[in-house]
Design a protein around this ligand. Sequence first.
Ligand SMILES: [Zn+2]
Length: 68
Amino acid sequence: MPAKKPHPWWKCSECGYTFQAKPPPPDTCPGCQQKCVFVDVTCYAPECGPGTPDPQLMNTPASERIKK
Ligand SMILES: [Zn+2]
């Protein structure tokens, strides 16, 4: 039986603003008010626990994760 899944974490590729929201992420970033690409930074590893952002992903600049 699937447990109720917490919302994923999203990180703005422009300003790095991170927030938890129901998918799909919004078009406009709450942080920088731009139309941004959001990276899912939710940690799905068991040791993170459900519904927490991945510290490694949080520390990685989004620009390195998105190939333009
Ligand atoms: Zn932003």
